[in-house]
Ligand binder design. Structure first.
Ligand code: AMP
Length: 579
C-alpha cells in the first residue's frame, strides 16, 4: 500500500520507468502483500491453511468466476465482517456493468482501489502531457457523472466505481498532478440528476470555450450522448448566456449556485456566436467549432466503443482521440503509453502495482489450461486476465480477451480484443446474446397470438437518439397469407417490444426505468427477403456460405443499410418498465 502512495507522491516519469522496469519484483511484492494480509480470511484459509506461500497459492487456490465468490460478497453486504475475504477493511461496494448475469455484479472495495484510481488519473495525465504541449493553462470539459448510491443491508455504500471515486476525499483533495482543471465545478459532477449534470457541463464548457484544451468522457458513447443532448438544448443554453440567467429546471442547489457564478453577466455576443454555429445545417466538426482550442479528446474508444469512432470523428473533425486507460470495477489494469496512436492501434501497458495479474491462455488448441504470470506472457498470444486484488478477489476470471502487442520496458502491453460475451450496450449496461435470445423467445409467444411468425432477427444499439435505445430488425411471415401488411397489428407488436424489455436482465431494466438512461425499445419490421440480402452481403465479404448464421447483433454499417432500406413499419414500447 505504501508503495503506491510513495509513487503517487513522485508522480513523475521516473516512477513510470521504475514500475515498468521492475515488473517481476513488484508483482511478487504485491502477491506477498495480499497473501500476508488475507491468509487467515475464511476464503483463503480453506485452500492455504494460514500459509502465505506463493507456490501453494498457485497450486491450491482455484480460478473463479463471479458466481463462485458471490456468496461471500452477499454475506459481506448483509453485515458479516470484512475478514471473511479480506484483511483490509471493506469500505463499500462497486457496481459493475455486469456481463451475462441476471443481476449487476457487486465487488467489495477497500481504499486501495480508490488509491489505484487516483494513480491512474495522475499518470495518464502525465503521459498525455508528455506528448501534447501547452496543456498546463488550459481546462478540460469532461463529462463526468455520479449515479445514485445505494446502501447495502450492512450500511455500506454501493455505487459505480467513478461515483465512489468522485464522492471520496481522493477526488476532493486531488493532487496537482492532474495537470489541468475542469470547466465544471465539482458540484456539477456530484449532482445526482443526469440531465442537470449534462446541461451544466455543456453550459460551463461553452462559457469558458476559449480555455478548453481537452474534451473528455469515460467512454465515447457518453461523449456522443452529450453532443446529441446539445443538439436538443443549445437554444436554451444560448438564452441562458444571453440573459445571464440559468434555466429554472436546474434545481440542485449547489449545482445552481456554482454554475450561476460561472455563467456570470449577460453575454449576448457569445450567445450570438454559439447560435450562429449551431444553426448551421451540418454539425460536422462541431467540437472544434465550439471549442476552438481543443487539442484532443480523451475517451475510451477501444472494445465495444470502437463502433462509435466514425460518428465521433464526424463531430470532432478527427481531433486526436485518446483511449488513455483500461480499468474495471475489479482493478485498474493499464495505461496507454502512446496516446497519439490511432484508435485501432491502442495498447495498454499493465502497471504491476495495481493487483496481482495472471493470464489464462485463450487459444490453446489442446485445451490444456495454461496460466502464466504477467512477465511470462508471449507476444501475439491471446489471454484472459485473472485478478488477485487487495479487496478479496483471488484468481478472478475477468472475461475480457486481450492480445499481447509488445512491451514497455518489461511491462507487457495488451490490445483489448473483446468482452467475452457482450452483444448490446447503449449506456453502461451489458446485454449478451443469451439475454437477447431469451427475451425474443418470450416475445414470440405474444406474436403467435396473431397470424405471424418470426423468420429471422438481429439487433443494433442505436445511440443516434438521446437516450440511445435498442433496435430489433424483425422479418415476419404470415402463417396463412402471403401479405403481412394487413396482419401487422400495432397492439401485438407494441406488446412484443414491451415483453422483450421486461425479459432483459435487471441491469437493463434498472437503467431503462430511470429517465434519460435508455430509450424505448424499437422493433423495425423489414420486408421479406431482407435477411437473405444481408447474408449475401456477408458472404460477399468472405463469410462461409455453409456456416453462415445471422449475427444476433449487427455492427457493419453496410449490413445495417441493407436492412434500413427494407424497413416498412416501426413499433416502440409505449409504457414504462418496472425496475
Ligand atoms: P466495469 O467493471 O463496469 O467498469 O466494466 C469494466 C469492463 O469495461 C472491462 O472489463 C472491459 O470489458 C471494459 N473496459 C474498460 N476499459 C476498457 C478499455 N480501455 N477498452 C475496452 N474495454 C474496456
Amino acid at each position: 500500500m505504501s508503495l503506491c502512495s510513495d509513487l503517487i507522491k513522485g508522480s513523475d516519469e521516473k516512477t513510470l520507468e521504475d514500475l515498468t522496469s521492475n515488473v517481476k519484483q513488484i508483482q511478487d511484492n504485491v502477491l506477498e502483500e495480499i497473501l500476508t494480509l488475507n491468509a487467515n480470511t475464511e476464503y483463503l484459509e480453506r485452500f492455504l491453511h494460514g500459509s502465505s506461500d506463493k507456490e501453494l497459492f498457485k497450486k491450491n487456490v482455484p480460478v473463479v468466476t463471479y458466481e463462485d465468490v458471490k456468496p461471500f460478497i452477499d454475506r459481506l453486504a448483509n453485515g458479516e465482517s470484512s475478514d471473511i475475504i479480506s484483511g483490509n477493511p471493506i469500505t463499500g461496494f462497486l457496481l459493475s456493468s455486469g456481463t451475462s448475469g441476471v443481476k449487476r455484479k457487486m465487488f467489495p472495495r477497500t481504499n486501495k482501489y480508490l488509491e489505484n484510481l487516483k494513480f491512474i488519473y495522475c499518470y495518464r495525465s502525465l503521459v498525455i502531457s508528455k506528448h501534447i504541449d501547452g496543456l498546463e493553462h488550459g481546462k478540460g470539459m469532461v463529462f463526468n457523472f455520479c449515479t445514485p448510491e445505494n446502501t447495502t443491508p450492512s450500511g455500506l455504500p454501493s455505487a459505480a466505481a467513478t461515483t465512489s471515486f468522485f464522492k471520496s476525499d481522493y477526488f476532493k483533495n486531488r493532487p496537482s498532478c492532474w495537470h489541468w482543471s475542469f470547466t465544471s465545478p465539482d458540484e456539477v459532477i456530484l449532482c445526482p440528476d443526469t440531465n442537470q449534470t449534462l446541461y451544466c457541463h455543456l453550459l460551463c464548457g461553452i462559457v469558458q470555450r476559449n480555455e478548453v484544451v481537452k474534451v473528455g468522457a469515460a467512454f465515447v458513447s457518453i461523449l456522443l450522448r452529450a453532443i446529441i443532448f446539445l443538439e436538443n438544448f443549445w437554444k436554451e443554453i444560448c438564452t441562458n448566456i444571453r440573459y445571464g440567467h440559468l434555466s429554472e429546471w436546474i434545481t440542485d442547489t449547489s449545482c445552481r449556485e456554482s454554475v450561476s457564478k460561472i455563467l456570470g453577466e449577460p453575454n449576448p455576443e457569445l450567445a450570438d456566436l454559439i447560435e450562429n454555429e449551431c444553426n448551421k445545417k451540418s454539425w460536422e466538426g462541431i467540437i472544434p467549432r465550439l471549442w476552438p482550442k481543443t487539442k484532443f479528446i480523451e475517451s475510451i474508444a477501444t472494445g465495444q466503443m470502437a463502433q462509435h469512432i466514425p460518428t465521433l470523428e464526424f463531430y470532432s473533425n478527427k481531433l486526436p482521440l485518446i483511449s488513455s486507460s483500461y480499468v474495471s470495477s475489479e482493478t485498474m489494469f493499464g495505461i496507454n503509453m502512446s496516446p497519439l496512436c490511432k484508435p485501432k492501434d491502442v495498447s495498454y501497458t499493465f502497471m504491476p502495482n495495481f493487483s496481482y495479474f495472471e493470464f489464462l491462455l485463450v487459444d490453446a488448441g489442446d485445451h490444456k489450461v495454461e496460466i502464466v504470470d504477467l512477465v511470462d506472457v508471449k507476444l501475439g498470444c491471446y489471454y484472459e486476465p485473472l485478478v488477485t486484488n487487495h479487496s478479496g478477489l483471488h484468481r478472478y476470471k475477468m472475461g475480457d480477451i486481450l492480445q499481447v502487442t509488445g512491451f514497455y520496458n518489461n511491462a507487457p502491453q495488451f490490445r483489448f480484443v473483446r468482452r467475452g460475451n457482450l452483444t448490446l450496450s447503449v449506456n453502461m449496461e451489458v446485454t449478451t446474446d443469451a439475454d437477447l435470445l431469451n427475451a425474443v423467445t418470450h416475445a414470440k409467444v405474444v406474436l403467435e397470438s396473431s397470424d405471424l411468425m418470426l423468420m429471422d432477427f438481429t439487433s443494433y444499439a442505436d445511440i443516434s437518439t438521446s437516450p440511445g435505445h435498442y433496435v430489433l430488425y424483425w422479418e415476419l411471415k404470415a402463417k396463412y397469407n402471403n401479405d403481412i401488411a394487413d396482419q401487422l397489428d400495432n397492439k401485438v407488436l407494441v406488446e412484443c417490444c414491451y415483453v422483450v424489455e421486461e425479459s432483459l436482465n435487471s441491469f437493463y431494466r434498472d437503467y431503462r426505468s430511470r429517465e434519460g438512461s435508455i430509450g424505448a425499445l424499437e422493433i423495425r419490421v423489414v420486408q421479406q427477403g431482407s435477411f437473405d440480402a444481408v447474408m449475401e452481403f456477408f458472404i460477399s465479404q468472405g463469410a462461409s456460405s455453409t456456416q453462415y448464421k445471422t449475427p444476433i447483433c449487427i455492427k457493419s454499417s453496410e449490413a445495417l443499410g441493407i436492412l434500413e432500406k427494407r424497413v416498412h413499419a416501426r413499433f416502440f414500447t409505449d409504457k414504462s418498465l418496472s425496475s
